[in-house]
Design a binder for this molecule. Sequence first.
Ligand SMILES: Cc1cc2nc3c(=O)[nH]c(=O)nc-3n(C[C@H](O)[C@H](O)[C@H](O)COP(=O)(O)OP(=O)(O)OC[C@H]3O[C@@H](n4cnc5c(N)ncnc54)[C@H](O)[C@@H]3O)c2cc1C
Length: 498
Amino acid sequence: MTGMVKRVVVVGGGTAGWMAAALIAKVLGRRVSVDLVESEQIGIIGVGEATIPPIQTVNAVLGIAEADFLRETKATVKLAIRFENWGAAGQSYYHTFGAAGRNLAFCSFHHFWTRVRSLGIAVDYWDCDLNYLAACAGKFAPTTGNDPIWDMPYAYHFDSALYGQFLRRHCEANGVRRTEGRIADVTRCALTGDIGAVVLEDGRTIAGDLFIDCSGSRGLLIQQALRTGYEDWDHWLPCDRAMAVPSERFATTALYTRSIAQCAGWQWRIPLQHRNGNGLVYSSRHLSDDRAADVLLGNLDSPALDDPRVIAFRTGRARRQWHRNVVAVGLSSGFLEPLESTSIYLIQSAVVRLLHLFPHGPDMAALRDDYNRQSQCEYELIRDFIILHYHANRRDEPFWRDLAAMPVPDRLAQKIALFRASGALMPDQLDIFMESSRVQVLLGQSVEPRAWHPLADAPGEDELRHQFAQMAALKAQPLAHLPRHDDWLAATMGAARS
Ligand SMILES: Cc1cc2nc3c(=O)[nH]c(=O)nc-3n(C[C@H](O)[C@H](O)[C@H](O)COP(=O)(O)OP(=O)(O)OC[C@H]3O[C@@H](n4cnc5c(N)ncnc54)[C@H](O)[C@@H]3O)c2cc1C
C-alpha cells in the first residue's frame, strides 16, 4: 500500500464495524471518506455485553452523553466480575476495576496484606476496595473528583444489538455512508495484491484505499481473500463453544458480571435494564450440547426468554492483523473467550492503534509491522491472563485437572513463580490488566506470596492491625452517601429526559 489514504471501507456492521467507523470518522473528519457495508441477511453475532472501563473513553471521544448511552443501550453499571467456584467449588472472589488500599512508592498494598496474613490476623483484602464494597452494597454514583483513594472506576453492561444501532445513528449523523448488501467478491491490484474494491452480489462495487475487515469470525477479507492464516490457542484454552440465552431481569440490578465455573467451562450472567444475558462457555470435548443446555438452563434463577443458541468459536488470532491494505478488527482479528470482557476493548484498542499509525506516506511497511507487533503483544498478554484463571484452579473434574496440570506460556509461568516467591509482579507495557487486576485474580485463586517487600515490615503488629481497620473504614466512607444502583440509573436517565 502506498500514498495517502482517502477512502476507508469498513466491511461489517457489528460492534466492531460501527465502533471503527465512528472513531475513524470522528478523529479524521473530512480527511477521509468512510463507507460501511453490512448485510442484514447475515446479521451480527449479537452477544458481547460486558465491558471494561476504557469504554468510557470511546463515549468521551465520540461526545456521547452518559444518560443517552444508558437509555439507548439499556445499560447498567459494572464495577467488577464476581468469580464463583473458580479456585475451588464453593469459593468466590471479585476482580474489581478498583484497587485495594493505597500503594506506597516502592511497596504495593498487597505486601502489607501478605504480612498481615502471616501474623494470623483475619483481614479480607477486598474490604479495603471501594469497588467491592459498593458492588456488595448495590450502591453506585460516580465518585471521580474526590480524593483518589475513593476512585471507583466503572464500565457498563449493555445490549449489544441496541449498542450497534446506537453507534449506527451516531455514524450516519457524522457522514459515514452505509451500504446494505452482501459482499460476494473483491478486486485485487495485479501489481501490489492490495484489495481495490468489494463487489456486492448485485454487482455494485465499493472501492477504497484502506479496508477495515469487521466481518466477524469468517474474516471475509483478512482470511478468505488474503489467506493470512490463523494461530490456534486451543491447547491452552480448550473451550470452543458458547450457548447463550436471555432471561428475565431481577428486581435489583447487580453491579457486577457473574462468572460461575461449571463442570467443563463457565457461565456468565450479565444484568441489563430489561433482561439478564446468560451463557455457558464450554469445551465440546468434555460436554455435549444437550448437557450444556441442561447446565445453562438449570442455573438461570429466572425464566428464559428464548431458546438457547450455540456459537462455535476458535480461540487464537490472525497471524497478521494488518495485512496488505486490510486491517482486521473485532472477531476477524481473533477470538479470546469473554472471561474478562476484553473483545470490545480489543476493538477500541485496534482502532486507536490504527489511528496512531494511520498510513500517510509512500512506505507503509514500518507502520504495519509496528501495528502487528503491538497487536500480537496485546493479544498474548490477555490470553495469558485468561489462562491464569483456568490454570490456578483446585477443582476436581477432568477438564479442570487437565488445565491445572498443563504447561502454560513461559512468560506466564515466570510471572506466577515470581509472585509466589516474592509478591512482585512483572509489568508489561501493553498489558491492559494492571497490578491490581493481577493481584486480585492470583489471591482470589489462592496463589499467595511466600514473602513480602521489606518495607511492609516497618509497622509493628498492632500498628498494622490498626492501619488495616482504618483503611477499611476510610474506603467505606462514601457508601453512606451513594444511592442504590437502580435509583441512580433511573435518576440519571430521567434527568436527561426532562
Ligand atoms: C459467546 C460470546 C460472548 C461474548 N461476550 C463478550 C463480552 O461480554 N464482552 C466483550 O467485550 N465481548 C464479548 N464477545 C465478543 C463480541 O461479541 C465481539 O467482539 C463483538 O460483537 C464484535 O463482533 P464483530 O463486529 O467483529 O462481528 P459480528 O457481530 O459477527 O459482525 C459481522 C458483520 O459483518 C457482516 N458481514 C459478514 N459477512 C458479510 C458479507 N459477505 N457481506 C456483507 N456483510 C457481511 C455482518 O452482516 C455483520 O454486520 C463475546 C463473543 C462471544 C462469541
